[in-house]
Design a protein around this ligand. Structure first.
Ligand code: NAD
Length: 309
C-alpha cells in the first residue's frame, strides 16, 4: 500500500503515532516525526526516523519541516489527549488541539500535503438520549469534555482547509485505542491501569457498576486505517472502531483480573460508547482484524515485558 514517499508523523513518539511510524519505516518510507516529547518517549521513535523535537504550535517550524521533508502526507496525531488534563486546563487543551492543528494545516499548504487527522469518536459524539449506538458519522456530535470539543474543532478546520485551499483531509474518529506502549492517560487508559494492577498482583478497582461500555480497538488496526486513509478519498470522516461494546467488567474478565473492588462512579463519564465503522469498511476497505479476546492478552503480555525490561 505504501507510496514510497516521505511521510510526516506528528505525535510520533506517542502510543499510536510511534506504532504508525514503525509501520511506515518497515514499508521503507522516510519518516519525519514531530513531537515535543511532552507525553511521548524518545524510546518509542524508530531509530530510522528523523525526530524533530518541537511544539506543533510553532507555525514557522512546522512550515520549515514540511518544506525540508517534502512529504505528500502528514499524519497528525500530536495532541493534548488527556481528558482530565483538559478539564483542569481547558485553555491549554484548546491551544494544543486547535492552534496546533491549525499550524499543521498551514504547513500542509507548503506541499499541498494530505492531512490524516486523529479525531475521537466517543469524545466528540458524547452521549445523549436518542444517540444511535453503534454511532454512525452522521450523528450530531455533542462532546461531554473540553478534549472532545477541541478535537472536533480540529476536524472542522480540516474541512475548512479542504474548501478554502483544496487540502485533502481524512478525519479518523477513533474508538478507545489499546495495545502495547499505551499509557494510563489515554482514552483506553483503563487497559494499562488494569494490566499494571494484575502484574503487581493487586485487585483492580472498578468505578461505578462496571457496566459502562467502550469500543476498544487494537492499535495495529488503527495504524492500518491511517495507512489506508493515505490513498482514500480527499474528504472523509470515518469512524474507526469494532462496533462491539465491551464493559469494564468484560475487560477485567478477559484480562484475567481477580474479583474487582468497586468505587463510586466518576462524574462526567459516558455510560456507553461504540462506533459504527461501516463507512470505513465501504470506503477504505477497513475492518478491525483483532478482537479484544486476542488483543487484550497480547497487551497485558507486552506491558509485562516492558516492565521487566
Ligand atoms: N488513545 C486513544 O484511545 C485515542 C482515541 C481517540 C483519538 N486519539 C487521538 O490519537 C492521537 C494519539 O493519541 P495517543 O493515545 O497516541 O496519545 P499520546 O499522548 O501517546 O501521543 C501524543 C503525542 O503527541 C505529543 N505532543 C503532545 N503535545 C504536543 C505538542 N504541542 N507538540 C508536539 N508534540 C506534542 C506527545 O509528546 C505524544 O508523543 C491523539 O491525537 C489523540 O487525541 C486517541
Amino acid at each position: 500500500m505504501g507510496s514510497g514517499a516521505p511521510a510526516i508523523v506528528t505525535g510520533g513518539a506517542g502510543f499510536i503515532g510511534s506504532t504508525l511510524a514503525d509501520a511506515l519505516v518497515a514499508d521503507g518510507r522516510e519518516v519525519h516525526v514531530i513531537d515535543d516529547l511532552s507525553t511521548g518517549h524518545l524510546r518509542n521513535v524508530p531509530s530510522e526516523a528523523f525526530l524533530h523535537e518541537v511544539d506543533i504550535r510553532d507555525g514557522a517550524a512546522m512550515a520549515d519541516i514540511a518544506e525540508r521533508a517534502g512529504a505528500p502526507v502528514i499524519f497528525h496525531l500530536a495532541a493534548q489527549a488527556d481528558v482530565r488534563k483538559a478539564i483542569a486546563d481547558p485553555a491549554f487543551d484548546a491551544d494544543v488541539n486547535i492552534a496546533g492543528t491549525l499550524a499543521i494545516l498551514e504547513a500542509s499548504r507548503v506541499n499541498n500535503a494530505r492531512v490524516v487527522f486523529a479525531a475521537t469518536g466517543g469524545g466528540s459524539y458524547g452521549e445523549y438520549p436518542g444517540l444511535a449506538i453503534p454511532t454512525p458519522e452522521n450523528a450530531e456530535p455533542r462532546p461531554m469534555s473540553h478534549y472532545g470539543q477541541s478535537k472536533l474543532a480540529g476536524e472542522g478546520y480540516c474541512g475548512l482547509y479542504g474548501r478554502l485551499y483544496g487540502i485533502a483531509t481524512t478525519r479518523l474518529r477513533l474508538g478507545n485505542v489499546y495495545g502495547p506502549r499505551q499509557d494510563p492517560h489515554g482514552e483506553a487508559g483503563v487497559v494499562a491501569i488494569f494490566s499494571g494492577r494484575i502484574i503487581d498482583g493487586e485487585p483492580v478497582t472498578v468505578f461505578g457498576d462496571g457496566l459502562q461500555t467502550r469500543d476498544y480497538v487494537y492499535v495495529d488496526d488503527v495504524v492500518d486505517a491511517f495507512l489506508r486513509a493515505e490513498s482514500g478519498p480527499d474528504d472523509l470522516t470515518a469512524n474507526i472502531g469494532t462496533g462491539r461494546e465491551v464493559s469494564v467488567l468484560d475487560l477485567a474478565r478477559i484480562l484475567g483480573a481477580p474479583d474487582p473492588t468497586f468505587a463510586p462512579a466518576r462524574t462526567g463519564e459516558l455510560q456507553r460508547s461504540c462506533l459504527d465503522a461501516s463507512r470505513a469498511a465501504e470506503v477504505l476497505g477497513w475492518t478491525a482484524a483483532v478482537a479484544v479476546d486476542d488483543g487484550l492478552p497480547r497487551t497485558l503480555e507486552a506491558i509485562r515485558e516492558a516492565r521487566s525490561a
